[in-house]
Design a protein around this ligand. Structure first.
Ligand code: TEU
Ligand code: CA
Length: 560
């Protein structure tokens, strides 16, 4: 297959607020990123994805944008961005921007105009509705961040829609003026030299006609909005129009974040015909360890079931083969750290299981995403008190489920937050063992994980068996072997229901890659007949006796 550049690429996600502070205010910034690009390049990655860097009141840490064509002064200036872009390009690193166009900040001048009067030219940039007959919200939709998805505005005596916080009013994509303003903005960034876009919750932009009520679980105060807004009636039409007005004119990379997208929805978003997006972030493998009562979402301390995880990942591998393109991720700024979540972050197993998880993901078909610190095996933080959290989603969920609905006790919810709060991913990058892990000379905006003295880039660059060195080898394998890019995926027959082993092959006309990992801290006999003729390409143990699988052992074999 003649792979597109983004099919051979590996992406490194940078959360600017937590990556590197360069001016001593405790907040990561663009010049800090620029200073660390040599490190990023040394991993062997091809693209950096920057979370939003635009002006924002930070209701949702930048996912509430008040100006799409400027830089958040906390992060620096447009000149600083241009320096970062030039440095990245000089290192042959492409830069992917994160654009949030399902909603803006309520401080965006479009919304400030829109809320002024019903006949304001910007009124229809957003979704306004009269109160229901009882004076309440127009329907039963609940926000992703708890509470109603509607807020009443006194000035014009109407409600406006916000799937997320009240400070994040949803744009009205049925309005062609909105759509074309977005396309113009995207073209403006491409003209500045950016190489791609990550599109935030892009499958929520087309709301269902008539805004019908959502399914509402017994006892729940609101309906489950994702059931009625995800993958809406015109979403493919809008994405094809965006493609015609933007993507089709360039060789850029696009990835859509699509919560609630099934494999058939995603098949069209990420179709190889290139009519919409290159790939999407689907959430099915991220939802397997949520609360057993779906209405309480992800708040849980359950461990993931390996058989279910294998089944989901395999379904997306085989379902998309030669039809659409997968993204591959374990981590991002919204998800807890994978070594704590799906691996084992006890000191004796942390590095082993981090490497094992890297093997499972990076030998699959798709474009892998590495979230800052994942290459170090950074772990969840040990938050113990509610006041240590800053994430809006976490704090709102606590007050809703503990204080209002009394579904969980404070102790229960604090445990669930320890497992699933987004702040686990947002603690500062751990560079070295100096103060604040080398992230900042000032008090960081969010606490540094106390284990930074043992887990940091400096340590791992100096060691030859670190998680970092192992990730470098995995990235090199992707660039070296076509079978990683285009080999056909299959679980090894007979292992599908094994609760300890994840074993799969990738096969093309020339080679076969075999991946065998032990997902547990147990040791047991395991012999795969294929091994004798195969060459061991990479393992997270120094030797290979071929018949025993040791705790979290991960092996990659190649057969010509
Ligand atoms: O996330 C959307 C989304 O689906 C997440 O809220 C997810 O459901 C949850 O956080 C993790 O289970 C995107 C951005 O990635 C997130 O940071 C923003 O808060 C959100 O959209 C609103 O823009
Ligand atoms: Ca700073």
């Amino acid at each position: 297959m003649d792979a597109k550049w983004w099919q051979k690429a590996v992406v490194y996600q940078i959360y600017p607020r937590s990556f590197q502070d360069s001016n001593g205010d405790g907040i990561g910034d663009l010049n800090g990123i620029t200073a660390r690009l040599d490190y990023v390049k040394s991993l062997g990655v091809d693209v950096i994805w920057l979370n939003p860097i635009y002006p924002s009141p930070n209701v949702d840490n930048g996912y509430d944008i008040s100006n799409y064509q400027a830089i958040n002064p906390e992060f620096g200036t447009m000149a600083d961005f241009e320096k970062l872009l030039a440095k990245a390009h000089s290192l042959d690193l492409k830069v992917m921007m994160d654009i949030v166009v399902n909603h803006t900040s309520d401080k965006h001048h479009w919304f400030e105009e829109s809320r002024k009067s019903k006949d304001n030219p910007y009124r229809d940039y957003y979704i306004w509705r009269d109160p229901a007959a009882d004076g309440g919200a127009p329907n039963n939709w609940g926000s992703y961040f708890s509470g109603s998805a509607w807020t009443y505005d006194e000035t014009t005596k109407q409600y406006y829609l916000h799937l997320f916080a009240p400070g994040q009013p949803d744009l009205n994509w049925a309005n062609p003026q909105v759509r074309h303003a977005v396309y113009d903005m995207m073209n403006w960034w491409v003209a500045k030299g950016v190489d791609g876009f990550r599109l935030d919750v892009i499958n929520l932009i087309s709301k269902p006609d008539g805004l019908p009520n959502a399914p509402q679980a017994l006892g729940q105060p609101y309906g489950n909005v994702e059931k009625v807004v995800a993958n809406g009636p015109h979403v493919h039409e809008y994405l094809q129009e965006m493609n015609a007005n933007v993507m089709s004119h360039y060789n850029i990379m696009t990835v859509g974040e699509t919560p609630g997208a099934s494999i058939s929805d995603a098949m069209q978003y990420a179709d190889l015909d290139g009519k919409e997006l290159n790939m999407v972030f689907q959430f099915e493998h991220m939802g397997l360890d949520g609360n057993e009562h779906r209405q309480y979402g992800k708040w849980s301390d359950r461990k993931v079931d390996l058989v279910a995880l294998k089944q989901v990942l395999s379904k997306w591998q085989t379902g998309f083969y030669h039809k659409a393109w997968n993204s591959l991720y374990w981590n991002n700024h919204d998800q807890p750290r994978v070594v704590s979540r799906f691996g084992d972050d006890r000191p004796e197993y942390r590095a082993l299981s981090a490497k094992m998880l890297g093997v499972v993901l990076h030998m699959m078909q798709g474009t892998p995403y590495i979230y800052e610190g994942e290459e170090l095996g950074m772990t969840n933080n040990d938050f113990t008190r509610l006041d240590q959290y800053q994430d809006l989603e976490s704090l709102n969920a606590y007050h809703d489920l503990v204080d209002q609905q009394h579904v969980f006790t404070p102790a229960q919810m604090l445990k669930y937050l320890q497992h699933h709060s987004r702040d686990n991913a947002r603690t500062p990058m751990q560079w070295d063992a100096t103060m604040n892990a080398g992230f900042s000379t000032a008090q960081p905006w969010l606490m540094v994980n106390p284990n930074f003295k043992d887990i940091n880039a400096k340590e791992e660059l100096a060691a030859d068996d670190s998680v970092l060195q192992f990730y470098r080898q995995l990235i090199a394998l992707r660039h070296q072997y076509d079978v990683v890019t285009d080999g056909e995926y299959a679980q090894i027959p007979g292992t599908e229901n094994d609760e300890s082993v994840f074993a799969y092959t990738r096969t093309d006309t020339k080679q076969r890659l075999t991946v065998i990992v032990n997902f547990t801290d147990k040791q047991f006999e395991y012999e795969d007949a294929a091994q004798p003729q195969a060459k061991l390409l990479l393992s997270n143990y120094p030797d290979d006796d071929g018949t025993t699988l040791r705790p979290f052992e991960a092996k990659i074999y190649l057969q010509a």
